[in-house]
Ligand binder design. Sequence first.
Ligand code: FE
Length: 334
Amino acid sequence: MKFISALAVSAATLASAPAFADITVYSYRQPELVSPLLDAFSKETGIETNLVFLNKGMIEKLQAEGDRSPADLVMTVDISRLQALVDAGVTQPVVSETLNANIPAEFRNADGQWFGLTSRARIVYASKDRVKDGDVTTYEDLASDKWKGRICIRSGTNAYNLALASAMIAHHGEEGAKTWLEGLKSNLARKPSGNDRSQVKAIHAGECDISLGNTYYMKQMLEDPDQVAWADSVRIVFPVFEEGGTHVNLSGVALTKAAPNKEQAIQLMEWLSSEEAQEIYAQVNGEYPLKEGTEASDLVKGWGTFTPDNKPLGEIAKLRPASLKLMESVDFDG
Ligand code: FE
């Protein structure tokens, strides 16, 4: 795999007018999470890949490049980002028996415009010292008085929190979700800031007792000598919606509209859904694989089991604008 920075990509693409087909992947996912997969694919098939990591502006970039875009595939996390690519018209549908067989229907777009590859749950990190078993119950309960001054969370406009609030809208309507957000905000120990791991750091420091975060960050903290103490100060609890399960989100892949190497790109998509790739995801990223019959890593399984929420992810993706409006109307970060 060749790793090309976003700034260098135009020049690099021109310079390497391909004598053979490389697949180019635009990714919002960190290179260290994606590279092990692309390397394994290349080793197996001989098809080289270019990974272009982007921080933001993927849609704008694809639209500006139009038909001449070198990108074949886009990879990102978050259901609403996947849907936004479709809505912007920069993807094309893929009809693949392999993908349809490997990825359960609820984790892919009905028209084949995007496919989920892994899932993650948005859970509670709870202080081992200050939170008892059974204290954390539902997402709704996080707005109750018992958590006054005890919760840390990152910005309400972060994609993960917007998706969670969207799910709250799906369960309780906009008014219900607004009341919940106000209650949650009034329970915060400090203004939202930092990332999911910063909140666990704050629990370790005694600033708060619980935080919301994605499951795989536990693995990342355990592997970082500077963060392992944060991880050791908490345990993972899977909250549920009162009439549902635990909120999950996806990482996924889509074929770009302009894909110059469509055939190979679909081959890569199919491979990413294979048992071999799904197991790499499970082991390297600490995420939940989606292919039936593949399992999470032993570490991840040790966190416990949960039932994913019953609201369709497609519905949650569509509620993102409403969710963002609510976050602004309650001045969640203020
Ligand atoms: Fe993340």
